[in-house]
Design a protein around this ligand. Structure first.
Ligand code: AMP
Ligand code: MG
Length: 479
């Protein structure tokens, strides 16, 4: 095991040292064994040793723990007062292949950046984060990972009293758009420079040797952000709080709040109960991605001209559309590299939207598309059958010209259209049971989400659309 503390030591002016504060009767309730092995952290595979490493002052896991300072644009407004208010960067781990990863503890207690809040996280939100980050990862959508969930008997007050919990999460780094924005907007240009130097040294090494490292780095962030958001749109994921402090410079999904995977396809769906205007609605996400990149790009202005920045940002939309089109064609069984099937995809989405059909379920049924079967299950979903038949006819003609073996096509589609997604009503059941001390539903759901494309009858109970009580659950922003 190799533990590093490069951020804590090389950027010590940008952090505050803080030790995690124990929770009453803390206990490890979930460990991601495969991720632990992948990181080479086998000594923490049993629960007592992990717990003791976490709550022993100055253990190898905690001795360099720090809270990071950052700011962020929240709902369009600049806020310089953010930072790790309840999270700590514990350590960096170098995996057996030499790649570094951050271990971050969420819910660790107050820090100098907690403002008026308690520094804690509740079991409800840590379960939601654990499940979502693993679900996205297994769908092939870049995301932070969940390493370990700690429950407790600590009472934490949100709208009501809840159970305190902690989550250790893992990602390449916790560098957010808001880190760069903060040092730029506060005029601390030397610290900004140090942050860029650090980023080139540890995370953007290939950019560091480019003709203009800043150009190369911004291009990379634009590309990765566009690819991530294209995947959110293709798989029906609504993040819900795309503030720039929640945007990773690695283009990975992180900082999960009131997110949702779509049930019925409503393009303007808003998962965040605290966002009545829909700034972060499902169909606003691509545009907000660009807004956020513009905000980040401000921090590049000491190094790049306006013209250079504009040219780079202009690549965002074509990047996103290319990636989105590629995935959507493949999800529909169409040749992914042919860009001329947009009518088929748009019409399909329009039919789903106008008849409010379940997004993931119908894509899964589309894998079984058989034009010869006039009474197919897929067709049976639609009220406007003439419209469906016209669309199906064009699809059939297009597919017949593709010269791809039907079985191969079906298998390819099944590998891209999940049987199991993390619907809010499923997450809610996992939470309700866990709050009673029963993690069996959480474990089973997690297992199903870890093989989302498998046609395994064991997972049937997780593949159903929501019952009436589970439709449009209001997810609180408090976590
Ligand atoms: P979030 O909405 O979780 O992305 O957090 C926004 C900001 O509020 C960040 O600076 C967090 O560190 C801080 N924050 C959120 N919840 C808490 C809490 N319970 N205690 C302290 N700080 C918090
Ligand atoms: Mg956040």
């Amino acid at each position: 095991m190799i533990l590093h503390h490069t951020y804590a030591t090389e950027l010590s002016e940008l952090v505050t040292k803080v030790q995690p504060k124990i929770l009453n009767n803390a206990r490890v309730v979930a460990i991601n064994q495969s991720l632990l092995s992948q990181l080479g952290l086998t000594q923490w595979q049993d629960k007592p040793s992990l717990l003791s490493a976490l709550f022993t002052q100055d253990s190898p896991l905690t001795q360099h723990a720090v809270a990071q300072k950052y700011g962020g644009h929240q709902f369009g407004h600049w806020n310089p007062d953010l930072g790790d208010g309840r999270g700590l960067l514990l350590t960096e781990v170098v995996d057996p292949s030499g790649k570094p990863w951050d271990l971050h503890l969420k819910g660790a207690g107050q820090t100098p950046y907690s403002r008026f809040a308690d520094g804690r996280a509740v079991l409800r939100s840590t379960i939601r984060e654990y499940l979502a980050s693993e679900a996205l990862f297994h769908l092939g959508i870049p995301s932070s990972r969940a390493l370990c969930l700690i429950a407790s008997d600590e009472v934490v007050y949100r709208e009501k009293s809840e159970m305190g919990a902690m989550l250790i999460r893992v990602c390449q780094s916790h560098l957010r758009f808001g880190h760069f924005e903060y040092f730029y907007h506060s005029g601390q240009l030397e610290k900004l420079q140090n942050l860029f130097n650090y980023s080139f040294k540890y995370h953007f090494q290939t950019c560091a040797t480019a003709e203009n490292p800043y150009v190369a780095m911004l291009i990379q962030i634009v590309k990765d952000t566009a690819a991530m958001i294209a995947k959110w749109q293709a798989y029906g994921f609504n993040h819900g709080v795309m503030n720039t402090d929640n945007m990773s410079i690695h283009g990975i999904t992180f900082d999960f709040g009131p997110y949702a995977f779509l049930d019925d396809f409503k393009p303007d769906f808003i998962c965040n109960h605290s966002d009545p205007q829909g700034r972060y609605s499902f169909d606003s996400q691509p545009g907000i991605g660009l807004w956020n990149l513009n905000a980040l790009a401000q921090a590049f202005t000491p190094y790049l001209s306006r013209m250079e920045i504009t040219d780079i940002l202009q690549e965002y939309e074509p990047n996103l559309l290319q990636e989105y089109g590629h995935i959507m064609r493949a999800k529909c069984g169409l040749e992914p590299n042919h860009a001329n099937n947009s009518w088929l995809i748009n019409e399909w989405l329009d039919m789903l939207a106008s008849e409010k059909k379940d997004y993931s379920l119908l894509f899964r049924q589309l894998c079984e598309f058989n034009p010869k079967e006039i009474t197919s299950k897929l067709r049976g979903n639609f009220i406007d059958r003439p419209r469906f038949d016209k669309w199906a006819q064009v699809l059939e003609q297009t597919l017949s010209q593709q010269n791809v073996d039907k079985t191969q096509r079906r298998l390819g589609m099944l590998a891209l259209n999940p049987k199991v997604i993390l619907r809010n009503y499923l997450a809610q059941q996992a939470i309700d049971k866990a709050e009673q001390g029963d993690f069996s539903f959480f474990d089973e759901l997690l297992a199903a989400l870890s093989q989302p494309f498998d046609e395994d009858a064991k997972h049937d109970k997780f593949s159903a659309p929501p019952p009436n009580w589970g439709k449009e659950l209001e997810i609180s922003c408090s976590s």
